[in-house]
Each structure stands twice: as structure tokens, then as C-alpha cells.
Design a protein around this ligand. Sequence first.
Ligand code: ATP
Ligand code: MG
Length: 184
Amino acid sequence: MVHFTKLRLHGFKSFVETTELAIQPGMTGIVGPNGCGKSNLVEALRWVMGETSAKRMRGGEMDDVIFGGTGNRPARNVAEVQLLLDNNDRKVPAQFNNANEIEISRRIDRGMGSSYKVNGSEARARDVQILFADVSSGAHSTALVSQGRIGAIINAKPIDRRSLLEEAAGITGLHSRRHEAELR
Ligand code: ATP
Ligand code: MG
């Protein structure tokens, strides 16, 4: 399992100023009053791993993740999230980067869409999604269950439940790679 070490947000939802969250081993929860941004943090994690659905980010369109302004602060036009991974045990496939630390970043410019980087080099959304599928985590991973999803899992059709089991078994990465190969 790769260890996520740091999440950095800038202009993302309610996190208008640069905010860094150190993810230390053993962290078990985020607590805070209603509306303080706990779910926004988890969504930032999902977003940087390649989430493509604005709805799953609780928005109407993807630009809604950009800080939209408050009574005394103007809206921003850029949101950025960076996720740092500890890669000392080389769990991230070498094609992405063979460094001890991997930084994945995603940025969205209002009206312009998203761009991704892996350790400073431009990457496609697909590359980032495959990277996380290979390390068995990711935007749609069973490891991230949002409020309301538990019922959906219980009521899922067998085929959908199978994909959850495949994800848990760590073979989703193989499917992503097969799909990628078929597209070529
Ligand atoms: P709860 O305990 O109720 O689940 P929470 O800590 O999970 O609360 P979030 O849902 O993460 O809270 O944060 C909600 C806050 O984020 C709201 O105040 C909302 O206005 C703010 N917010 C969401 N999107 C944006 C945006 N694009 N710009 C500015 N603020 C935003
Ligand atoms: Mg919440």
C-alpha cells in the first residue's frame, strides 16, 4: 500500500488559501463542526486522483470546485490540489516515476478544464487514474466511501458488486490497462 503523506489545496472549494494537511501514519479521523470542510478534504483527495464527475464532487460542473467567493472574499479562477506519496518501497510503477516521493497535482482554470502533473511532468487524466488503479486506490476506490454510498453498495447489482470485489482484490489496474491497450 502506498502511503499518502501530504495533501495541499489552493483555491479548492472552501480552502481558498494554501492549506497543507500532513497525513501521518495512524491518522484515524478528521473532526470539526458542520460545514468546516471535512468532506471537501476527502473530495480534494478524490479529485486529484482523477475524478471526472462533477456530481460526485457535489457540483453542477467541474468549475464548481474552484473557490466561489464569500461575502468579503472574491471568487478565484484557479483551484489546485497536490498529493504526495511515499514511494520508498517502489509501489508506484516505474513508468510514472522512480523517485522516493511522488507528487501528483491537478489544476483547473475556470472555463479551461483540468491539467495534471506527476513530479512536474505533464500527464493525462488517464495516466493518473491508471497510476492509482495500479496501487489499488483511486477516485472510485472502495477505500473512499462517501455519505450515502453504503446503501448503494448493499443494493448494487451483482455485476457492480463484482467490480467492487475486483477493486478490493487489486485487479482493477489490470482492467484499466487492458482498456487503455484496446484504445490504442
Ligand atoms: P458536515 O459535518 O456537515 O458533513 P463538512 O465539514 O463535511 O460538514 P463540507 O461539506 O466539506 O463540510 O464543507 C461545506 C462548506 O464548503 C460550505 O460552507 C460550502 O459553502 C463550502 N464550499 C463548497 N464549495 C465551495 C466553493 N466552490 N467555494 C466556496 N466555498 C465552498
Ligand atoms: Mg461532510
